[in-house]
Design a protein around this ligand. Structure first.
Ligand SMILES: [Zn+2]
Length: 509
């Protein structure tokens, strides 16, 4: 064949492949990011540094522009606190005796600000759901300054929902809100009562994350205050010590007429922590839009790069599903889109410290690299499907009608149907990086995000569903590891949908 024909053929082949997502790319990034060499991509750990370096190198290799001046990085200042369990304890003293819950097994404990030594000596008050949002007020004017609030997690019934896809859910049910409200009211601290149902995960998840180094944004803490969780069993004994019954208190807490219940108990003890200041990095690369006018506007693809890193016992929390899958997906989408840029610009964004409370994405929303007002859509990829192909795809996040229309189109183009909105008892709507954007009014979704599957799988549904549900036993544990035998067809479907949705949003008039 003549060289010119060969060159033409090569061009045509390249063009035909231009927008495609290929499994090899996804699998290669996934296997690398979940590898032990990255030591679980921990916040403030060497493995996290390696992940950041890898991501910025990939963006550079794809020909994307640095999104922060000459840099692919955006600095996020954090404080790290690690509890010293041997030097920390908390006991509850009442007229009928003393209760000292076992640290780790029954009590998760920490300081609410980066303080090395926090002495605790304060009375306790049960404030039900601890919500005050204009719709319900669990405080009823009680001045809780100087007291430690004991609260339930979750409130599925009586709150005003945000405009999100998930039904019957509100932010005031989230544990992060509980601590924020305690801070706003100047309480001496907050202790949350854990149940599997209200938290959305077992005690092991709480114990794991609170026994590691925990992080907060620099300057965001509440000096002098204690924070923690109690198991349901420990809470029951605590209330019994105060002459109260937990089931009765829980039953009364849903009513809008709920009144706070002062407990005849004082919490006394010491919280000792190792404290450090550190810098972490969001990573972001920009694909400039083809249309000079619309290139000022952008669509964001995001996926958090961090997981829990190396634990105190040396175990590696590889975070293969959570969230090497999402990062691999965003890199594969970047590769596909870079070959054929849409009219608007596209930002490929890897926030840090998601597992620490969405800290990286919250920092971006506070100081965006491109104006939020010109950000049309955020598509966040989180814990994708490694079980098998499905008939449907679920949405979590914003529910504007115009956005849902685009989602219907994208689903049709990728051979999927949209799962109708369903209840979200685990509060996933508030548990990934789309949320800080949605809260700031930017349409934002985590399509396909689910911890326990629940999709309409093709083929042997029961087996696929059982495999998906089994992830709950690996979630946030060292066993969330990559398996080369994973069937990535379902993940590729999710990525095709995300790519199509992003392309529609980046080209629509
Ligand atoms: Zn995650």
């Amino acid at each position: 064949m003549k060289p010119i024909l060969l060159a033409l053929l090569a061009c045509l082949t390249l063009e035909a492949q231009a927008p495609r997502l290929d499994e090899r790319t996804v699998r290669a990034h996934l296997a690398f990011l979940a590898d032990d060499v990255l030591e679980g991509r921990g916040t403030g750990q060497r493995g996290g540094e390696l992940a950041v370096r890898y991501l910025e190198t990939q963006l550079q290799a794809l020909g994307l522009a640095p999104a922060n001046g000459a840099s692919y990085r955006q600095k996020v200042a954090l404080a790290g606190l690690r509890l010293e369990p041997a030097a920390s304890s908390l006991r509850f003293e009442g007229p009928q005796g003393v209760l000292t819950p076992a640290l780790g097994d029954e009590l998760a404990l920490g300081a609410a600000a980066p303080e090395v030594l926090l002495p605790v000596d304060a009375p306790l008050v049960f404030v039900g759901h601890g919500i005050a949002d204009g719709h319900r007020d669990d405080y009823k004017g009680l001045d809780v300054r100087g007291r430690i609030l004991v609260m339930l997690v979750g409130d599925r019934k009586n709150g005003p929902p945000l405009p999100l896809c998930c039904e019957a859910e509100n932010y005031e049910g989230r544990w992060t809100y509980k601590f924020e409200e305690a801070r706003r009211r100047g309480a001496a601290g907050a202790l949350l009562i854990h149940t599997d149902a209200s938290a959305g995960y077992g005690w092991a998840v709480v114990r794991n994350s609170w026994s590691q180094e925990r992080f907060q944004r620099a300057g965001s803490g509440q000096p002098g205050a204690v924070q923690g969780w109690l198991t349901e069993a420990a809470a029951r004994r605590l209330f019994a010590l105060a002459g109260q019954e937990l089931p009765a208190l829980i039953a009364g807490a849903d009513a809008l007429t709920f009144q706070p219940v002062p407990l005849a108990l004082r919490a006394r003890g010491t919280v000792r922590s190792t404290v450090r200041s550190l810098e972490q990095w969001n990573v972001a690369g920009l694909l400039r839009g083809r249309d000079p006018q619309r290139a000022r506007e952008l669509v964001i693809f995001s996926a958090h790069w961090d997981h829990f890193g190396k634990g105190a016992d040396g175990a590696i929390y590889a975070g293969a599903v959570d969230n090497a899958t999402g990062c691999a997906g965003v890199l594969a989408i970047a590769k596909a889109l870079a070959l054929k840029p849409p009219a608007r610009s596209v930002l490929f964004f890897f926030p840090c410290a998601e597992e620490q409370g969405l800290l990286g994405s919250a920092a971006y929303v506070e100081a965006p690299l491109r104006p939020l007002a010109r950000t049309r859509l955020v598509i966040n990829l989180e814990s994708l499907n490694v079980v098998g192909p499905t008939r449907d795809i679920g949405l979590l996040g914003s529910s504007e009608p115009a956005l849902l229309k685009l989602c219907v189109k994208a689903a049709a183009a990728s051979g999927l149907v949209l799962t109708p909105p369903k209840a979200d008892p685990a509060g996933l709507c508030f548990r990934s990086d789309h949320f800080p954007f949605a809260k700031a009014g930017v349409p934002a979704l985590s399509p396909g995000f689910s911890l326990d599957g629940g999709w309409d799988y093709l083929g042997d549904k029961a087996t696929a569903q059982a495999k998906a549900a089994a992830f709950m036993t690996r979630y946030h544990r060292p066993t969330d590891r990559y398996n080369p035998a994973w069937n990535l067809e379902g993940m590729l479907q999710q990525l095709r949908f995300a790519l199509e949705l992003g392309r529609l949003a980046a080209t629509a008039p």
